[in-house]
Write a protein that binds this ligand. Sequence first.
Ligand code: ASP
Length: 309
Amino acid sequence: MTTAPAARTALTHVISSEQFDRARLDDLFVRAAELDGARNQRCAGQIMATLFYEPSTRTRLSFESAMLRLGGTVLGTEAAHAFSSAIKGETLEDTIRMVSTYADVIVLRHDQLGAASRAAAVAAVPVINAGDGPGEHPTQALLDLFTIQRELGRIDGVHVAFCGDLRYGRTARSLALLLALYPGVCCSFVAPDVVQVGADILSRLDDRGVPHREVSSLADVIDDADVVYQTRVQKERFGDPAEFDLARTAIRIDADVMRALPQRAIVMHPLPRVDEIAPEVDADPRAAYFRQAANGVAIRMAVLDSVLS
Ligand code: ASP
């Protein structure tokens, strides 16, 4: 009897970057490259529900575009706190039980840490975490990693300087966990103390022997950076406006920073940006953030294809 290699087994729920290993990532990136720009019927007859309790532009629309390109259909609600029975007091669990009977896969964004795991625990169909508060955003991390591979031609050995809000920024957290699977990678975390990266992420990096530095100035690490991964200060998650003020202007990418950045390096950002990257940077070929966002469709096609096959 033969068994399928692990990389070819279907994904079930996609909740955390910690679910992925190298074989799975390699498989997804091959699928994404094959599916990029394609229109086919691989998910014909299947229905994807998007349930978004927090705002989104790229994640929701790129998931919807991905499903439509695979021949599937989509239904969903944005502003789900207001436009679903949540406003009547329905629990997330009850909503998920119901939506499980209407769709073959649920893409969930929620403001509470752990919401995606709670949903997966009661769902009869796969749940994909499209952001659970300050927790994780694993499909963003997949497209970020895919972007690094496409832009630099490698992931092994890269030095990624994460900047901005590393306390509440779920995309940086999820990407750091994926990077830890690649040999020779090192991470710098560039942020004021008030939004420095969590001890949970640092201990995962330590477990995997990934060198890391925590600094407050990008100038300390820029010479050696391959990727500057800038993030938005997550205003909506601060209880204390004074803490937000300390964080919001700390690190900005502008023409001066680009002069100091090595020519081989790229600037990434999960978007939306507010003022943490000056518009003058956009024309620089090293500004990879719009190409990064475009990669979201191919990666989400690969994820849906894997979950639904
Ligand atoms: N769009 C990303 C997220 O949902 C980044 C951000 O909102 O700043 O986490």
